[in-house]
Design a protein around this ligand. Structure first.
Ligand code: IVH
Length: 750
């Protein structure tokens, strides 16, 4: 090999390996097998060894198996990037408006909203300081995104410098690709593939839709690739600001346009729900001819002072909502029904379909929900699809709404193959052979194998390391699955992750000597794990994967208890009340059934049982239970599930083992030091300046805990006119009692 050939070959290998790496780790599909990848990497190393002077700055040798997405630095958003709640029809839009007016206490007075297309791209936050673009970050998990500044600078809709802007200005909007540019990009890839084929190279994947193309292009480590991809940007919101932009949403968007941003010209001001729905229809009518993908219409309260008062729930603003376009459908064949076992042990039937395009996306898997759904019944036993069941071999209709998992919606009986048999739902877990049971009143059948079920354990681990949970760099779903089956270094439960390094040190087959690993990549993994011993309480709670405890509930619990031990203590203390609650619920269910059977005697017995169940519960348990299910957003379902999880011996042992390795971080105190942070507040009587909901949300956003009942733990009682027993109890207990004005003075005197 001559020097010139070597140089060329190193350049070619660097490019191919980079692309393969991106395809493997990024949003796209792998383009080569691991063995081919390793072979090319070895060839690259051999040439580098022969021509050390030719080693490139971007040499694949320096990539230590890390995902290229990890190559972007992280940026913590000064103001979190939230998502939007959804509404699906006109009635929901009226509800949204009514909820907002109720919250603000406006009575019949109407308010104005903006309506604008919901762009189907990916969110981006641009930070300008002194008018200069200083960085750009993707949404990420909403709190931390990837630093894609260099790539954002290549987008022509994004100004590098702006005049007349506040000193600190974060502009938020959507990066997207037009239909025409998307088609041209794929045509280009196809042309390249013809050359590659001739050169004996593997084909590069084309993009399945403009959104993926935009995401793949923005998240390129090499900004020159991004530069050649025609990305666009619409500005529609903002994050941190050193000075307000305007008084209304509409004016603020106009200012963004004055700064030189592209804003969407279908944004209009609407005087109320009727006008919003008309604008939704107008936008829907134009959808096909806009030249870019949109998936709904976003409504935002126009007055920014109202937006501030309305504030946010855990992950969505109260003052905005997305009105999604209806789903799209297509017909195809049902090839098979597989059962997947989830982390909670739920057996979920998955339809394997002959691939079909539904609204621009190729679908080959869809959910069948549960066994009743397949049989043509809903959870109450009533017929759905006119009672038509679904069988393997059927012609079925697939339904896809936005980014939700597609589902099988309907079946065409006229096309049913002769001899197709009704589907029999398994009663044993296909993964571990344990009994799969379905409890009375539950639509779902659960594997009873618990942690012995490998599917559950694996899913649990996958969830544990997922982005919104522990998010350990270099330890994704694929890697935990690999370690799960590892003979020398198994990870069977979360605690095993944190003993990985010490266990490895005692092994003969050290990780660093294994295929696909090296000293550096093993050390990187251990370092990433060590770093995650410090974990936010909310992330930990979410990561445990307890049924019904999602991200939002985890945040609510974290804010309320502020401390892991306090949470566990409260749940343990509340358990007798939780059990009584369940007993009463079950008795009520039996009572309903007795009533349906017209069995009077049984009915009387169950009514009595339902009433008696809570009676012999200690007061302390009732209080802890009331406190738990009284948290905004937490109800009895979450409470029961938490109680069960912590009462299950195996699960508790696994959690305790994990927690022993962690340094759990209390939730951050609210940004401003607030005189009510950490205080327990009770509102009673009539409030005149704000609604109860607003009072509660504001108190919580200042770090206070709002409780429904007065106890020794109450710090402040805010009593309006008509306050009764709570005020009396507060007086007895010596709790500070103030009126609404004093409360406002307290929190506004910040
Ligand atoms: S407003 C606090 N407006 O939709 C609310 N979002 O599903 C900020 N999106 O994360 C978002 N078009 O990436 C807003 N006109 C629009 C939008 C829009 C698209 C995206 C955005 C957001 C996601 C929520």
């Amino acid at each position: 090999m001559t020097e010139i050939q070597a140089r060329e070959e190193l350049a070619r290998l660097a490019r191919i390996l980079r692309e393969a790496n991106t395809a493997y780790h990024g949003a796209d599909a792998p383009v080569m097998t691991d063995a081919d990848f390793d072979r090319l990497k070895r060839r690259n190393a051999e040439i580098e060894a022969a021509f050390p002077a030719l080693k490139r700055a971007d040499s694949p040798t320096n990539q230590i198996g890390a995902a290229p997405t990890d190559g972007f630095g992280k940026i913590t958003h000064a103001v979190p990037m939230l998502s939007l709640g959804n509404v699906f029809d006109g009635a929901d839009v009226f509800d949204f408006d009514a909820r907002i007016r109720r919250y603000l206490g406006l009575g019949d007075e109407g308010i104005a909203y903006t309506a604008e297309p919901k762009i189907d791209g990916l969110g981006l936050s641009l930070r300008y300081e002194g008018g200069v673009l200083v960085h750009a970050a993707t949404r990420g998990d909403g709190e931390t995104g990837e630093n894609v500044t260099e790539n954002a600078r290549t987008i022509s809709d994004i100004p590098h410098q702006i005049d007349g802007a506040p000193d600190v200005l974060e502009v938020r909007g959507e990066v997207y690709m037009s239909h025409a540019d998307f088609a041209a990009l794929n045509t280009g890839i196809e042309a390249t593939n013809r050359d590659r084929q001739q050169a004996g190279q593997r084909a590069l994947p084309t993009f399945s839709n403009p959104r993926n193309a935009a995401a793949g292009s923005l998240r390129q480590l090499d900004a020159t690739i991004t530069r050649n991809r025609p990305l666009r940007f619409f500005a529609y919101a903002w994050g941190e600001l050193s000075a307000p932009l305007a008084e209304t949403q509409m004016q603020a968007v106009c200012r963004l346009a004055e700064f030189g941003f592209a804003t969407n010209d279908l944004t209009t001001l609407c005087e109320g729900p009727e006008a919003m729905i008309s604008q939704y229809r107008r936008i829907e009518d134009q959808r096909a001819t806009l030249g870019y993908d949109i998936d709904g219409v976003v409504y935002k309260v126009d007055r920014l002072d109202f937006q501030t008062r309305l504030g946010f729930r855990a992950t969505t603003p109260r003052w905005a909502v997305a009105h999604k376009f209806p789903a799209e459908t297509a017909w195809t064949w049902l090839d098979a029904i597989d059962i997947q076992v989830g982390r909670t042990g739920a057996l979920s039937p998955v339809a394997r379909l002959a691939p079909v395009t539904v609204g621009g996306v190729v679908v080959s898997n869809a959910t069948l929900h549960n066994e009743d759904y397949i049989a043509g019944r809903d959870s109450k036993g009533a017929e759905i699809r006119d009672g038509k069941d679904i069988r393997v071999g059927d012609r079925v209709q697939v339904y896809r709404a936005g980014d939700v998992i597609p589902k099988v919606a309907d079946v065409d009986l006229s096309k049913r193959p002769a001899g197709a048999l009704p589907y029999v739902f398994p009663e044993i877990c296909p993964e571990c052979g344990s009994a799969a049971v379905r409890e009375e009143g539950d639509a779902v059948r659960y594997c009873t194998g618990g942690l012995i079920c490998p599917a559950q354990a694996k899913e649990n681990l996958r969830h544990f390391v997922s982005r919104k949970a522990f998010d350990i760099e270099g330890l994704g779903a694929k890697q935990v699955e690999m370690f799960f089956d590892d003979a020398d270094l198994p990870i069977r439960q979360p605690a095993d992750i944190f003993t990985l390094e010490t266990r490895d040190a005692g092994n003969l087959a050290r990780l660093k000597n294994r295929h696909g690993w090296g000293a550096q990549s093993a050390e990187n993994l251990f370092a990433a794990i060590r770093e995650r011993r410090q974990i936010a309480l909310a992330r930990l709670i979410f990561a445990l994967g307890i049924r019904h405890v999602g991200e939002v509930a985890a945040k609510d619990l974290s804010l309320h208890y502020g401390d892991w031990n306090a949470l566990v203590l409260a749940v343990d203390r509340a358990r007798p009340a939780a059990q009584a609650h369940r007993a009463a619920d079950e008795a009520e269910e039996r009572e309903r059934q007795a009533a349906a059977r017209e069995d009077r005697r049984a009915r009387i017995k169950e009514t009595r049982d339902a009433a008696i169940a809570p009676l012999d519960v200690p007061h302390e348990a009732m209080e802890a239970w009331a406190d738990l299910i009284g948290i905004d957003g937490i109800g009895a379902t979450v409470g029961l599930s938490l109680s069960d999880a912590l009462a299950n011996e195996d699960e508790r042992a696994a959690i305790d083992a994990l927690v022993a390795h962690l340094d759990i971080q209390a939730p951050a105190a609210p940004a401003q030091a607030s005189p009510v942070a950490g205080k327990t507040v009770v509102f009673t009587g009539k409030l005149e300046k704000m609604t109860r909901d607003e009072a509660k949300a504001r108190a919580e956003s200042l770090g206070a805990k709002v409780s429904g009942s007065v106890s020794k733990k109450t710090d402040i009682l805010v009593a309006g006119p008509g306050a009764g027993s709570k005020a009396k109890k507060a007086a007895e207990l010596g709790v500070v009692t103030i009126d609404e004005d004093a409360w406002l003075a307290l929190i506004e005197g910040l």
